[in-house]
Design a protein. Sequence first.
Length: 329
Amino acid sequence: MVKAADAPAKSAQTPLDRAPESAPGSPSAHPSAYIQHPFRGVMLLAAAVFLFACMDTTTKFLTASYAVPVVMAVRYLVHGLLMVILLAPSQGRRLVRTRRTGLVMVRAACLVAASLFMGLALQRMPVAEATAMVFMAPLLVVLLAGHLMREKVGVLGWVSAITGFAGVLLIARPGSGLDPLGVSFALCGAGVIAVYQLLSRVLASTESTVAMLFHTALLGSVLFGLTVPWFWHGPPPSGLQMLLFVGMGVFGGLGHFLFTAAHRHAPASMLAPMLYLQLMWAGVLGWLVFGHVSDAISILGMCVVSASGAAVALKSHLSRRALADAAPS
């Protein structure tokens, strides 16, 4: 999941902690400060979503042998340790400094809950189908932002949201063979991620990306770590499983880093449609690792969800361009 470069700034983004906040003084806070290398940004983003798909695939593989809280505990512990080792020397107190700590922790708790829901969904569903359902989160953000933040949804926003729901119905239709409980977990994950993204918008003007990401890793490590004695059963992990446990945290941490770097080279509205490459990677990895091939109707549903999310991203991009053109020079 997902995952993670941790939350969207002002537009609807993909789920699972994968869009960076706009902190004061950062490039995303001041578009004119972007280093304009859009191709480099796209390539970094493509690598990031590939790593996120690898993390989800590894999660599914490990949850076949270990309880989801145990798998999540290792993921967040490795992720947090990587941040401390690689970023603490350069970031210092900025790694932990927040202004609205309460909201930051609520946001982190939302992502921790989303990770749990996604892990439970992957335990019961193919990677591609679970990923597609969680990608409903940006569409839910559009609807919630219109109600809670008084943002104008518009015709395109409503059509995209309704079409996205139709895509999910195609994937989870009766006779699809999907576990109903797994589908419920995936949809719960999408709902929690939508709340997480809305909180990311609220906090974007005052909190830094690295601090919010660190507090998420810290809270996930503590909460899931406390559950390990209750859920650890069976023999110790083999060498391959240990490698996969560590790799899962590396995939997430490195994916977040590349995601953040991508947004330093190109605006989020330009990169947002590329995020749906993760669905392609999820399908390919699900086939290579588990031998799962989605049927034609499910693939159609995934395409519908992707097109709906891309339409939301395009709407955001056009709105930003219109505001930029209207602004006095």
